[in-house]
Write a protein that binds this ligand. Structure first.
Ligand SMILES: *Cc1c(COP(=O)(O)O)cnc(C)c1O
Length: 345
């Protein structure tokens, strides 16, 4: 059987996520719907004296790592011959799916919460997609799309396994960029877990293939104002399902998920690696945004939540001498007005 990770072949290919072709369940004769995305820089950045390698996922064509999932999912949908899809999102997945659908000649309708940053809405409209702003929170948007999904293909970035076959390439790239070795810990923002679960799947596949021996500790960061996963881990919930928690608005709109659909899988994936979930306050998010912007990193507020988590963990002695990886998930250009308001507050 052919290896899932033929290293020499991979290294001979263009630097992008599709270089891991053997590990993506799309037949070889299918042309990917692609903008040449992926292989984002893994940049060392200092956080209060701790060096952390930060994957620059804000540099994707649509401005967030969601392009990883959208590229694989829309390639699959195009292959099925589907001409119209619906999708719901806090903004970035919608912007990504809209862009890849535009490239594939597929029409789509995107459902988002009314409070979504304007930059993301403009992206959806500019791609020619239908935009549906739903009053209320992210869960109200999820309900609205289910109605539409009765009659149309639901290109869900949370339900579709193909989306995760895209986001898992995050783990492949991190390992390849570290000379085909695993980091010791990976700190990621988590709401519905499209990056966290993708990373967990990716590192597991690398381990199964014998490329890496141990899994990195997966550490999730949630906004304290919206932290159902942190609450579930703290209460040591096993089988009872996720308890509903009270949520408040957060500047980290991209991870403002009160009822994560794959919550138990996320908790399991994190526990399996000896990881944890930490929470960060709105003040910490704002301070982190300010610090990063002042250093020239223009990231959206959701990304600053992960940064706040990294600052918190910078003091954690158990990470001494560890290779620690984190991520900038979304570009500041998506949320200019929000960033201006936050920085002036
Ligand atoms: C989607 C997204 C995340 C992670 O959200 P999940 O709900 O866990 O998939 C983090 N940051 C940004 C900017 C995002 O768009």
């Amino acid at each position: 059987m052919q290896s899932r990770f033929p290293r020499e072949m991979i290294e001979s290919r263009a630097p992008g996520m599709w270089r891991y072709r053997e590990a993506i369940p799309i037949p070889f004769d299918v042309e990917p719907v692609s903008f040449g995305e992926g292989f984002t820089p893994l940049l060392p950045i200092d956080f209060d004296g701790r060096r952390v390698l930060v994957k620059q996922e804000q540099l994707f064509p649509s401005g967030s790592y969601k392009d990883r999932g959208a590229s694989v999912l829309v390639t699959h949908i195009k292959r099925l011959g589907i001409s119209h899809v619906v999708e719901d999102s806090s903004g970035n997945a919608g912007a990504a799916v809209a862009a890849y659908c535009a490239a594939a000649g597929i029409s789509c309708d995107i459902y988002v919460p009314g409070s979504t940053s304007e930059g993301k809405l403009v992206q959806v409209l500019a791609s020619g997609a239908g935009l549906h702003k739903i009053p209320g929170n992210r869960e109200d948007t999820a309900k609205a799309v289910l109605e539409a999904a009765q009659h149309h293909y639901y290109a869900s970035h949370v339900w579709s396994s193909f989306f995760f076959h895209g986001t898992k390439t995050f783990a492949f790239e991190v390992c390849e960029q570290l000379g085909w070795t695993a980091p010791d810990a990976v700190i990621l923002p988590v709401g519905n877990g499209t990056l966290m679960l993708g990373a967990a799947i990716g590192f597991r596949e690398l381990q199964s293939a014998g490329i890496i021996q141990t899994l990195p500790r997966l550490i999730g960061v949630q906004a304290a104002n919206c932290a159902p996963l942190a609450a579930a881990i703290q209460e040591n919930q096993e089988n009872g399902g996720m308890r509903k928690v009270d949520i408040m608005p957060t500047a980290a709109e991209g991870i403002a998920i009160g009822e994560p659909l794959r919550g138990l899988s996320i908790i399991e994936a994190i526990r399996d690696t000896g990881g944890e979930i930490i929470t960060v306050t709105e003040t910490e998010i704002l301070n982190s945004l300010r610090i990063m912007c002042r250093r020239g990193f223009y990231i959206e507020p959701t990304s600053a939540a992960a940064v706040a988590g990294v600052f918190k963990l910078a003091k954690d002695k158990t990470l001494d001498n560890n290779t620690v990886v984190s991520v900038f998930t979304g570009h500041g250009l998506k949320a200019g007005t929000k960033i201006a308001n936050l920085l002036n507050s």
